[in-house]
Design a protein around this ligand. Structure first.
Ligand SMILES: [Ca+2]
Ligand SMILES: [Ca+2]
Length: 191
């Protein structure tokens, strides 16, 4: 291989490398993508709108979950952040809550359990057109509320950082068995 070809190869490799670095750091803020709001860390992507499935995949890409608001305190903290950032007030954001599995039963995508907290907009959820199965945040008069919309709507993603996993295998097994027993009626084991 000639010297020129060798340099071209190096330049091509450098080009590919820099592209892949850009992709892996495509968060809103390159130096510090996570924002501490209340008791959680969030990644708020206001660069690209996407449908609900795309938003869930986007968060998983960062080992995060599409945000699920689990208390009034979390709702207040997140709303306060979004309303004080002028750029966010008119935007709509996906949450990791859906009633796709069973109409009217809104579940948290991150843990498969019923949603713990809701602050629905007036008249919501209404399953308009019998086609609204994913939940987003929208502001009415500068206050954020939840609304069910079509999962194919184009909105921004809010991801939340997962809680650090406890390093306890026995606890994991105990939790699994508790959840399993909640979802099944198994009076006793056979064989
Ligand atoms: Ca629905
Ligand atoms: Ca609705």
């Amino acid at each position: 291989m000639g010297l020129t070809q060798y340099f071209i190869l190096i330049l091509c490799f450098a080009g590919v490398l820099s592209k892949s670095i850009n992709i892996s750091y495509r968060g809103e803020n390159e130096t510090q993508p996570f924002i501490e709001i209340g008791s959680k860390y969030y990644l708020i992507n206001t660069a690209t709108t996407m449908n609900w499935f795309g938003a869930a995949l986007y968060c998983h890409n960062y080992d995060m979950d599409l945000a699920v608001i689990e208390s009034l305190a979390e709702m207040n903290a997140l709303s306060s952040y979004l309303t004080t950032n002028e750029g966010h007030i008119s935007k709509r954001f996906w949450l990791g809550v859906t009633d796709l599995a069973q109409e009217g039963k809104f579940m948290s995508l991150k843990d498969g359990r019923p949603m713990l907290y809701a602050k629905w907009a007036g008249g919501q959820p209404d399953d308009a057109g019998q086609n609204e199965d994913c939940v987003h945040l929208r502001s009415d008069s500068k206050i954020f509320f939840m609304n069910d919309v079509t999962c194919m709507g184009q909105y921004y993603a809010i991801c939340e950082l997962r809680h650090p996993k406890k390093s306890c295998d026995v606890c994991d097994l105990k939790n699994f068995m508790e959840r399993f027993m909640q979802h099944t009626n198994v009076p006793h084991c056979q064989n």
